[in-house]
Design a protein around this ligand. Structure first.
Ligand SMILES: NC(=O)c1ccc[n+]([C@@H]2O[C@H](COP(=O)([O-])OP(=O)(O)OC[C@H]3O[C@@H](n4cnc5c(N)ncnc54)[C@H](OP(=O)(O)O)[C@@H]3O)[C@@H](O)[C@H]2O)c1
Length: 267
C-alpha cells in the first residue's frame, strides 16, 4: 500500500539506518517506493541494508558521524545538492547509556548529548530552510519513553531525549504555519542492539543484551507503528507495551513512579 501522503519521489533521510529501528524504517519506506537516504558511520552495514531494501536503486548511502559536526555539515550539503530537498528527516541515530550519575565523567555526558541531541538538531537546521521554502516537510524525532521521565543509569541519555521534546515542540510551533510537521516518537523496549552499544562510565560499550530489550517489540513492528503515526501526522506517539505505564505513573501518580524508579537495577 502506498502511503496517502507520500508520492514515489518522496525523499526520506534516515540517520541510524544501519541497524534496529532505522534499518526497519528504511526497509518500510523503501517498500512504499520512497527515495531513501541511509546514514550512519558504517558503510558495510548500510550497504547490507540497501541491498535488503525493496528498491535498492532508490536508496543512497551518505556516511556521517553524529559526534562530528563537520561530517554532518558535509552530509547535509551532499543530500541537499543531490536531491534539492528532503521531505522527511528521521533523526533516529543514537546511543544509550548504562552508568550512574556519580561515576559518569562529563565527557560521556557531552558525547551522548552530541550524538543523541545536537547531531540531529544540526541536521534539522540544515534542511529546515528548504522545507520552509517549499512549504512542506516532516521531522520524525526518535525520542524514548525516558524522554518523558528520568530513569537510573540513563542520566545523559534521558536528558538528551528530554531535550529533543523541547526542541521539536518549538520547531513545530514556529513552523506549522509553513506546512511543516513534527512527529516525536517515544519507543519503550524495542528488540535492537541499543543496549549492546550503550556507553559505560569508562566510555566502553556495555555489551549486554538487556532482558527487557530481548523481549521487546520487534524493530519491524516498531517501524510499522511509526509509519502509521507519520501518515496520520501525529504530533507524538508511544511505541510501547506495558512499559507505557511508567509514563502514566509519572504523569498521574508520581508518588508511585518515584517508588518504582528507585528500585531499578542495571538491566
Ligand atoms: N531499542 C530501544 O528499546 C529504544 C527505545 C527507545 C528509543 N530508542 C531510540 O531508537 C533509536 C535507534 O536505536 P536502536 O534501538 O535501533 O539501536 P541500534 O540498533 O543500536 O541502532 C542505533 C543506530 O544509531 C547509529 N549511530 C550510533 N552512533 C552514531 C553516530 N555517532 N553517528 C551516526 N550514527 C550513529 C548506529 O549506526 P552506526 O553504528 O553504523 O553508526 C545505528 O544505526 C535511538 O535514538 C534510540 O535512542 C531505542
Amino acid at each position: 500500500m502506498v502511503m496517502a501522503s507520500l508520492d514515489k519521489e518522496t525523499i526520506v533521510w534516515i540517520t541510524g539506518a544501519s541497524s534496529g529501528i532505522g534499518e526497519a524504517l528504511a526497509k518500510a519506506w523503501s517498500a512504499e517506493g520512497a527515495r531513501v537516504v541511509l546514514s550512519s558511520r558504517k558503510q558495510n552495514e548500510l550497504e547490507r541494508v540497501k541491498s535488503a531494501c525493496a528498491c535498492p536503486e532508490k536508496c543512497h548511502i551518505v556516511l556521517l558521524d553524529l559526534a562530528d559536526p563537520d561530517s554532518l555539515d558535509a552530509a547535509a550539503k551532499t543530500v541537499l545538492e543531490t536531491f534539492g530537498h528532503v521531505d522527511v528527516l528521521v533523526n533516529n541515530g543514537g546511543i544509550s547509556q548504562r552508568s550512574l550519575v556519580s561515576e559518569t565523567p562529563m565527557e560521556i555526558d557531552r558525547k551522548i548529548m552530541q550524538v543523541d541531541y545536537f547531531g540531529g538538531v544540526q541536521l534539522a537546521k540544515a534542511v529546515l530552510p528548504s522545507m520552509i521554502e517549499r512549504k512542506k516537510g516532516h521531522f520524525v524525532a526518535i525520542s524514548s519513553i525516558v524522554g518523558v521521565f528520568g530513569f537510573p543509569y540513563r542520566s545523559a541519555y534521558s536528558a538528551a531525549k528530554h531535550a529533543m521534546h523541547g526542541f521539536y515542540e518549538t520547531l513545530r510551533a514556529e513552523n506549522s504555519s509553513h506546512g511543516i510537521k513534527v512527529t516525536v516518537v517515544c519507543p519503550g523496549r524495542i528488540l535492537t542492539q541499543v543496549s549492546l552499544h550503550a556507553l559505560r562510565a569508562d566510555g566502553k560499550e556495555y555489551g549486554i543484551m538487556d532482558h527487557a530489550q530481548k523481549n521487546g517489540i520487534s524493530a519491524e513492528d516498531c517501524a510499522r507503528r511509526i509509519m502509521k503515526a507519520v501518515r496520520k501526522g501525529k504530533k507524538e506517539t508511544y511505541v510501547c507495551r506495558k512499559d507505557v505505564l511508567m509514563v502514566y505513573f509519572r504523569r498521574y501518580i508520581p508518588a508511585l513512579y518515584y517508588i518504582l524508579v528507585g528500585k531499578v537495577k542495571p538491566n
